[in-house]
Ligand binder design. Structure first.
Ligand SMILES: [Zn+2]
Ligand SMILES: [Zn+2]
Length: 383
C-alpha cells in the first residue's frame, strides 16, 4: 500500500467519523443516522452502565464530575490542547527543518504561525453577539420567518424576548445573535459578530498546515532521492530477510528514520484537509445565509413536510380521488437574499451596520444642532 493510499484511507476515516458524529441526523433512518445514535448514544450509555457496575461509587462520581466539566461546561481544555498541539508541532517542525528547509521558507512559516495565533486570539476574544436587555435592540435585525422562528417566545434564563436566528447557549448561559454553534476550541459561541473571525481562523490554519506539509514532504522527498530509496534493498531484522523497494517498505523506512517529520506531516496534512472541508462547508452555509444551528431546524421542517405530503397522498388515495390532493409547498429560507448580500452579512454583520448608522445619525444630528446654533447666533448679531 502506498503512502498516499494510507493517508487517503486515514483521512477518509476521520472525515467519515466527524460527519457521522457531527452532521448526520440521529432522527433519520439512514446508515449515518443509525451510526450517529450508536456512537453518540448507545456506546457511551453502555460504557457508563458498565463503569457504574464495576467502579467504586466515589471513583465513578469523580469520573462523572470530570466528564460533566469536560463536555457540559465551558472550559479551556480544548484551547490548551490546541496550543499544546500547535506549538508542539511547530517546535518539532523548526527543530527538524532547521538546515533542511530554506531559511526564507522557515521565515514564512514563522509569519504564518504568528498570524494563526493572532487569529486564534481574535476568534476566542471577540464575542458572538450576546443578547441582553441592554443589547436586545442592537441585535433585533431579523424578522421571524414563522417557519423555524416564531415571534413572541421568551428565553426563561435570560428573560428576554427571543430574537429570530438567536439561540440560548447552555454552555455560555446567554442568548447569542445569529447563533451558529458553540465551539469548544474557541471556548465560546460562534455567532453573528465573530463568524467572520471564525472563518478567517479556519482559512489561515488550513493554508498554514498545507504549507507546512509541503515543506515537510520536501524533506522526505530529498531523503528518498539522497538515499536512492526506490532502488535500494532493505534488510528486515525481524524476519532476517532482504526485501526489494516498495511503497510500503519506503514508508516504513521513513517512519523509522524520520519519525518526527512523518508524524508532524501526517497531523498537519490531515488538519489542513479537515479544516479546509470545514471552511468550505461554512462558506456554503454563509452563501445560503443559514447557520449550522438552522440546518438542524430545516432538517426537522423538511421531515415534517415529507410526513404531511405522504399523509395528504394517503388521504387522497383512500378517498378514491374524491378528496383533492393537498399541495404542500417546499419551505423557503427567507433570510437568503443573494450570494453577494449573504456574504456581506457575514463580513459586515447587521448589528454593526446598525451601530454605525446610529453613530452616523447621531453625528448628523449633532452637526445639525451646531449649525442651527450658529445660524441663531448670526441672526441675533444682525438684529
Ligand atoms: Zn437565553
Ligand atoms: Zn456558547
Amino acid at each position: 500500500m502506498s503512502v498516499v493510499t494510507i493517508l487517503v484511507v486515514y483521512m477518509t476515516l476521520i472525515a467519515f467519523l466527524i460527519w457521522v458524529c457531527v452532521l448526520a441526523d440521529p432522527n433519520s433512518d439512514t446508515l449515518g443516522g443509525r451510526l450517529n445514535v450508536l456512537l453518540t448514544e448507545e456506546i457511551p450509555t453502555r460504557i457508563t452502565f458498565n463503569l457504574r457496575r464495576r467502579l467504586p461509587s466515589k471513583v465513578f462520581d469523580a469520573l462523572a464530575k470530570a466528564y460533566d466539566y469536560i463536555v457540559r461546561q465551558r472550559n479551556p481544555i480544548l484551547q490548551c490542547l490546541y496550543l499544546l498541539l500547535f506549538l508542539g508541532s511547530f517546535a518539532t517542525y523548526l527543530y527538524e527543518g532547521w538546515g533542511r528547509i530554506p531559511l526564507g521558507d522557515l521565515a514564512l512559516s514563522v509569519a504564518l504561525v504568528l498570524a494563526c495565533l493572532a487569529s486564534f486570539v481574535v476568534a476566542c476574544s471577540v464575542p458572538a453577539g450576546t443578547i441582553s436587555p441592554s443589547t436586545w435592540e442592537r441585535y433585533d435585525n431579523y424578522k421571524p420567518d414563522n417557519v423555524i422562528y416564531v415571534a413572541g417566545r421568551v428565553c426563561p434564563t435570560c428573560d428576554v424576548v427571543k430574537l429570530a436566528r438567536s439561540k440560548h447557549c447552555r454552555l455560555c448561559g446567554v442568548c447569542q445573535s445569529r447563533f451558529d454553534h458553540h465551539c469548544g476550541w474557541l471556548n465560546q459561541c460562534v455567532g453573528e459578530v465573530n463568524y467572520r473571525h471564525f472563518l478567517f481562523f479556519l482559512a489561515l490554519h488550513s493554508c498554514t498546515f498545507l504549507y507546512g506539509s509541503s515543506r515537510l514532504w520536501g524533506i522526505l522527498r530529498r531523503e528518498m532521492i539522497k538515499n536512492k530509496l526506490w532502488d535500494a534493498t532493505f534488510y528486515s531484522p525481524s524476519s532476517g530477510q532482504t526485501v526489494g523497494s516498495s511503497p510500503l517498505v519506503v514508508c516504513q523506512y521513513l517512519v523509522v528514520h524520520e519519525g518526527a517529520v512523518c508524524g508532524v506531516l501526517a497531523l498537519a496534512f490531515v488538519m489542513a484537509i479537515v479544516l479546509a472541508g470545514f471552511l468550505l462547508y461554512h462558506l456554503w452555509l454563509a452563501g445560503q445565509n443559514t447557520t449550522t444551528n438552522e440546518t438542524f431546524k430545516w432538517a426537522e421542517v423538511r421531515l415534517k413536510v415529507k410526513i404531511e405530503r405522504s399523509q395528504a397522498r394517503r388521504a387522497h388515495e383512500a378517498s378514491g380521488g374524491a378528496l383533492p390532493l393537498r399541495r404542500i409547498a417546499d419551505p423557503v429560507n427567507s433570510y437568503n437574499i443573494s450570494l453577494y448580500e449573504n456574504l456581506m452579512e457575514v463580513l459586515f454583520p447587521r448589528s454593526e451596520r446598525r451601530a454605525q448608522n446610529s453613530t452616523g445619525r447621531k453625528a448628523v444630528s449633532r452637526v445639525a444642532t451646531e449649525s442651527e446654533k450658529l445660524s441663531t447666533e448670526a441672526r441675533e448679531k444682525i438684529e
